[in-house]
Design a protein around this ligand. Structure first.
Ligand SMILES: Nc1nc2c(ncn2[C@@H]2O[C@H](COP(=O)(O)OP(=O)(O)OP(=O)(O)O)[C@@H](O)[C@H]2O)c(=O)[nH]1
Ligand SMILES: [Mg+2]
Ligand SMILES: [Zn+2]
Length: 376
């Protein structure tokens, strides 16, 4: 028998547990430090850019701007270790790279419109700049901001009550992420062939109460897919959600010729197995774009001041006007809070309010890694 397979004594198990705890604590500290360092770096970079600009003559600046404006524009379809796949306006594809570390003010992500300099010998090129974004779906991962996709009109948050079990809290976190990033969120409940309508009603209720659009579909039977396909036409839509909910299966059903990898939910722990590994954009036949994304386990929205969270729960807004204090945070100890009254009287869904309080508490802790963020 290999030594590592030997049954462990309680003392050994405890020591291993302690070691794990230390590691988690360390990870948390690293995450917070990174977050602070990142914020400092941004400020430094901005002042460096300013200084550089001031050293240039107006003619130099004008010439640079003209050169830049003459570069072709393309859209990033995906990122891989080998490069960034850019689709030109003539639909040709170019694998591009970024000229040097720090040469761009932002990280280029799928959905970005970029200016690129084609290489003369190959079909490759260099990304010279990123155009202004209309929206950005992003989150914190290990204390760093991770941009998922830019310029999305809508995000479909795909969920299932079971197989795999999707925590409504995770969906609430992603809803906040969409509101923060200026992307319109819809909720799409997939696999309705597996559940009766009572279960589906219970699962959908908090979001329906909050006023969000909730669709019910089945990639398996095709139920609800016509409506979904119509909605994809003429816009850029991101599919997001936990692993195993059927994002890729839905896209395969909706778009002919698409053959994305999909995989069954693990029988042992009712979780997806993380089949899709990179965000990628695809063309919708009648015009439009969809993006498939890897499944998320947890979602920490990019909000720097926890007090701002209250603005990202749309159903709170009308009630909050009647709170006694203007800066009311609608928490347990908030005096004269009209949101709390609305929860008690059933005008605001109590599950959504619980999510609000939990997310608020986690924002006070800072953007660290932790499974706990999606639990509770
Ligand atoms: N019964 C049923 N099964 C479905 C449905 N849609 C997808 N599945 C199954 O769910 C499993 C997971 O589907 P995927 O499309 O790989 O899930 P995903 O969301 O892309 O997962 P990741 O890529 O890991 O994030 C596959 O075995 C699908 O066949 C559905 O509507 N009904
Ligand atoms: Mg997938
Ligand atoms: Zn209040």
């Amino acid at each position: 028998m290999k030594d590592s397979n030997r049954p462990k004594s309680p003392e050994e198990r405890h020591a291993a547990y302690q070691k794990g705890m230390d590691k988690r604590e360390r990870q948390k500290a690293i995450s917070i430090a990174r977050y602070k360092k990142g914020a400092k770096r941004d400020v430094e970079r901005r002042s460096r850019d300013e200084a550089r600009k001031q050293q240039q003559t107006p003619e130099q600046i004008e010439q640079r701007n003209a050169e830049y404006a003459a570069l072709p524009v393309g859209r990033i379809l995906t990122r891989a270790r080998t490069g960034i796949l850019v689709q030109a306006e003539d639909h040709n594809l170019h694998w591009c790279r970024v000229p040097g570390k720090g040469s761009l003010a932002k990280v280029p992500v799928p959905g970005d419109q970029v200016r690129y300099k084609p290489s003369t010998e190959t079909s490759d090129g260099w990304i010279e700049g990123i155009e202004e974004r209309s929206s950005l779906f992003h989150r914190y991962v290990f204390g760093r901001i991770k941009e998922i996709a830019a310029n999305m009109d809508r995000v479909l948050l795909i969920a299932t009550p079971r197989e795999p079990i999707v925590s409504p809290r995770l969906i609430d976190r992603m809803l906040v992420g969409a509101e923060v990033g200026n992307v319109e969120p819809w909720i799409v409940i997939n696999k309705i062939d597996l559940f009766d309508s009572d279960e589906l009603d219970t699962f959908s209720k908090p979001w329906e109460d909050a006023g969000y659009t909730v669709l019910r579909v089945s990639a398996e039977t095709g139920q609800g897919l016509h409506m979904l396909l119509d909605e994809l036409v003429g816009r850029t839509t991101l599919l997001a959600g936990p692993s195993g909910v059927g994002k890729s299966t839905l896209l395969n059903r909706l778009i002919e010729d698409l053959d994305l990898d999909t995989a069954a939910v693990s029988a042992t722990n009712d979780r997806g197995v993380h089949t899709t590994t990179a965000t990628q954009l695809y063309r919708v036949p009648n015009g439009g774009t969809v993006a498939d994304t890897p499944g998320v386990r947890e979602f920490y929205p990019v909000i720097h001041d926890a007090a701002d969270l209250r603005f990202y729960f749309p159903e709170f807004q009308a009630e909050a006007e009647n709170c006694h204090y203007n800066d009311c945070l609608h928490l347990d100890d908030s005096d004269g809070c009209a949101v709390k009254v609305a929860v008690e009287e059933g005008r605001i869904n109590v599950d959504r309010y619980q999510s609000y309080k939990l997310i608020h508490a986690s924002l006070l802790e800072g953007p660290t890694r932790g499974r706990a963020m999606t639990q509770g």
